[in-house]
Design a protein around this ligand. Structure first.
Ligand SMILES: N[C@@H](CCC(=O)N[C@@H](CS)C(=O)NCC(=O)O)C(=O)O
Length: 224
């Protein structure tokens, strides 16, 4: 049985990716939660970060590597169509190595609703590129998922952005907002969100990150 090490569901965008992918594809796994601030991740993860997947004595760290490891034995990780697969891999790679302003100024904090202090040019450049990728995927491959009619790794990689959009409401087009609303209806997105809201841990650095870029208008989390 796979063992997936993750951190707080409220904050850990990287943890969400493999968790959601495995849930959506029906790949059985156990999860182990390590709240930020209380644990030394290097005891189970070579780079001291989550997510980290253990499969017997094989250890795979980094969300992209985990997805590729799973793809070796699970054919539905990537789209079956060669063109959709090439597009999905490119979009995942771009997400994994880019969108720095969006990540920094709109950190994942699922329980909050936040009014951003400003929509900087750099943030708008990120959101407009995001819109272009999503629109292209949905229009080219027919939706409702980014690379066609099935949930694949590319949806898992952008799922944290869906939660970020729910929190910060940065500008997106009609097609992209429809995609966000659709992804939020998935049972496993709802399960992750429910568990995130039930967490009582707070990590000050993640809380401070939000306050550096905006003001909190609502907090749906249970009491800390
Ligand atoms: N590129 C890595 C990033 C992993 C990462 O930054 N994880 C964060 C949590 S979301 C972490 O473990 N932070 C703890 C630390 O840096 O000490 C991936 O895709 O898995």
């Amino acid at each position: 049985m796979y063992l997936l090490h993750i951190a707080n569901k409220n904050y850990s965008s990287w943890s969400l990716r493999p968790w959601l992918l495995m849930k959506e594809l029906g790949i059985p796994f156990e999860e182990q939660m390590h709240p930020f601030g209380n644990h030394d991740y290097s005891s189970f993860s070579p780079n001291g970060k989550v997510p980290c997947l253990h499969d017997s004595d094989i250890v795979v760290w980094d969300s992209f590597a985990i997805v590729e490891y799973l793809a070796e034995t699970h054919k539905d990780v990537w789209p079956s169509d060669v063109m959709a697969r090439a597009w999905a891999r490119s979009a995942v790679a771009e997400m994994h190595s880019g969108f720095n302003t969006l990540r920094e100024s709109c950190g994942m904090n699922i329980g909050l609703r936040v009014e951003l202090n400003e929509l900087s040019d750099k943030l708008l450049a990120n959101t407009s590129r995001l819109s272009a990728i999503w629109k292209e995927g949905i229009e080219t491959f027919g939706g409702p998922f980014l690379a066609g009619h099935k949930f694949t790794a590319v949806d898992a990689f952008f799922a944290p952005i869906v939660f970020r959009h729910q929190t910060y409401q940065f500008p997106l087009g009609e097609t992209e907002i429809k995609y966000c609303n659709f992804l939020l209806t998935l049972e496993n997105m709802q399960l992750w969100q429910k568990q995130a809201l039930e967490e009582s841990w707070r990590d000050q650095s993640h809380e401070d990150e939000v306050l550096a870029f905006g003001s909190i208008t609502k907090d749906y989390r249970c009491e800390s």
